[in-house]
Design a protein around this ligand. Structure first.
Ligand code: ADP
Length: 338
């Protein structure tokens, strides 16, 4: 695996990054080099700061370089961007929306959304959390919120303050169970309305815990809320990664930049100091190529996190919080907030 990567890297040596005038590998312009069994070489090309013609020219050069390597029959180049979206986007007073998405349920998306929002808040940013996972709202449980959101006379929703975050979601509405019977357009309409009528301002980032999957709701939320970027959450299990890949493709199609992937429940301590991988070991290069986005972090399966989520007392320390602090710093930087 590694030797294949070295061979591919060797073939790209000398290609110059028009953005910096330096070698494309040393500047991080190209990452995620992999060679699959069927002879497909993949590479991730970061297009930030490049003009369209420059990106296309670079893609052609990379493709030509990869196809010269013995054994490479196809070259797949995935263009990606960490670029910040337009500041002051769809929601008044909110500088950036960052969506947290997954291909399937149960992979820890809501856990990552809430704890990443807290990690961003620990950096001194003003952060909101919209729980848009309408059929499985859990932000209010994870954050231990016992009250409901109030509305003003003008029907504006006042987010509930919890652990420094401004929070709205179906779990904070007066009749949360009503949403269970809602169908597609009603759900997306309600979530967009909740986002838009929330008194969030001023906010650096609104973190949106998206519903899992690739349906109409995700499409309309992505279009209406215009996220600056999306973070994909998956377990390392192939089944989950395949669904995450479809979701990532959807966001790419909707032109929402993929900020990266968090591989959750990637390891756990076993007997005698062993490290176990209950959902399989993370294949960094493979995952990056498959989702077309950098792997931001591997989070362990930590029973303290499960307990803290149930108790509504999120942890600011421990391996999961620490790793998410790093992810938060990377995201803040890529949005120009760090
Ligand atoms: P999703 O939003 O993808 O459906 P959740 O965030 O609700 O997933 O997580 C599913 C379950 O796994 C929850 O019980 C949650 O507490 C637990 N969980 C998620 N991530 C971790 C982790 N890294 N360590 C321990 N438990 C976790």
């Amino acid at each position: 695996m590694d030797s294949a990567r070295d061979t591919l890297a060797q073939a790209l040596r000398g290609i110059i990054d028009p953005g910096t005038g330096k070698d494309i590998l040393s500047t991080g312009r190209v990452s995620g080099l992999t060679l699959s069994d069927n002879g497909t070489a993949s590479a991730i090309l970061l297009v930030d700061g490049l003009k369209r013609e420059e990106a296309e020219g670079l893609e052609r050069e990379i493709r030509a370089g990869l196809l010269k390597v013995p054994g490479v029959r196809h070259a797949r180049i995935i263009q990606t961007s960490e670029r910040q979206g337009p500041a002051g986007g769809a929601i008044q007073g909110v500088r950036h929306v960052v969506a947290i998405a997954s291909g399937k349920g149960g992979v820890g998306k809501s856990t990552v959304a809430a704890n990443l929002a807290l990690a961003l808040f620990r950096r001194g940013l003003s952060i909101g959390l919209l729980d848009a996972d309408i059929h499985g709202p859990s932000a209010h449980i994870i954050l231990g919120i016992g009250t409901r959101a109030q509305a003003t006379a003008e029907k504006k929703l006042i987010p509930v303050k919890a652990h420094g975050l401004k929070v709205l979601g179906m779990g904070l509405m007066s009749d949360p169970d009503r949403a269970v019977a809602w169908r597609g357009p009603m759900i997306s309409g309600a979530m967009v309305q909740m986002a838009e009528s929330g008194l969030w301002a001023p906010l650096d980032i609104l973190v949106v815990d998206m519903p899992p999957g690739t349906g109409d709701i995700q499409i309309s939320l992505a279009q209406k809320l215009a996220p600056s970027g999306v973070v994909m959450v998956t377990t390392p299990q192939q089944l989950a990664v395949a669904d995450a890949r479809r979701a990532a493709a959807l966001f790419r199609q909707l032109q929402v930049p993929l900020l990266g992937t968090v591989a959750n429940m990637a390891s756990m301590p076993g007997p005698g100091g062993l490290v176990l991988h209950p959902f399989g070991k993370v294949d960094r290069e493979g995952l990056e190529a498959e989702l077309g986005a950098p792997l931001l972090a591997e989070l362990p399966l930590d029973p303290d996190v499960t307990r803290a989520s149930d108790a509504g007392t999120p942890l600011a320390t421990g391996p999961v919080a620490q790793t998410l602090d790093d992810v938060a710093s990377r995201i803040a930087r890529s949005l120009g907030l760090g």
